[in-house]
Design a protein around this ligand. Structure first.
Ligand SMILES: [Zn+2]
Length: 185
């Protein structure tokens, strides 16, 4: 049961007898990462009202091209248009509210940093983390009570509700016994 959104960043809630403090960004990251990783029902693709044109240099273009099939699987409809230019027509539905162009540029630089040494599986995992991070609710975003309820419900139905895909905690749990001890009751 959510009680309060603190500094538009943390959700104060309860879980049984415990008080929990949820980091809304980390929690949403976990939810979106799990959705992108779901094998059975891939995230639907959403056409953009205005397709984005993305200009890259030769190296960036080559690396994007190498990974374009996996990006298609994730819901990005990217098409080469002349030399080193791409048209982006669709994005994963969950990413529709983000700064799309910046996300693509960050994806390209992530792929460049990974280079050839990183295993394919790890590389793809890192892309899903990046997309989840870009698309997640930010610290400072005001949420409605319905959005908070949905966030908590979705978080609890993920594979690992207590950590974000980067391994940081999504929540701090305070048992009632902790209060009893500290208040000296
Ligand atoms: Zn994270």
């Amino acid at each position: 049961m959510p009680i309060y959104q603190f500094k538009n960043t943390y959700i104060i809630s309860t879980d049984g007898d415990d008080l929990i403090i949820i980091d809304q960004h980390a929690a949403h990251e976990r939810i979106l990462y799990d959705r992108l990783s779901g094998k059975s029902s891939p995230e639907p693709s959403q056409p953009l009202l205005m397709p984005e044109t993305i200009g890259l240099d030769q190296k960036e273009s080559a690396i994007l091209n190498e990974n374009i099939d996996y990006l298609k699987e994730l819901g990005f409809d990217l098409e080469g248009f002349g030399s080193n230019t791409y048209i982006l027509r669709s994005v994963p539905h969950l990413a529709v509210k983000t700064n799309i162009k910046q996300m693509i540029l960050d994806i390209v630089s992530e792929l460049q940093n990974a280079g050839k040494t990183v295993q394919l599986e790890t590389k793809q995992e890192n892309l899903r983390k990046l997309i989840a991070c870009h698309s997640a609710i930010k610290a400072g975003d005001k949420l409605t009570i319905d959005e908070i309820n949905q966030l908590i419900k979705d978080l609890y139905s993920t594979t690992n509700p207590t950590t974000c895909p980067h391994g940081r905690p999504t929540m701090i749990r305070l048992a009632e016994s902790e209060f009893i001890k500290r208040f000296g009751r």
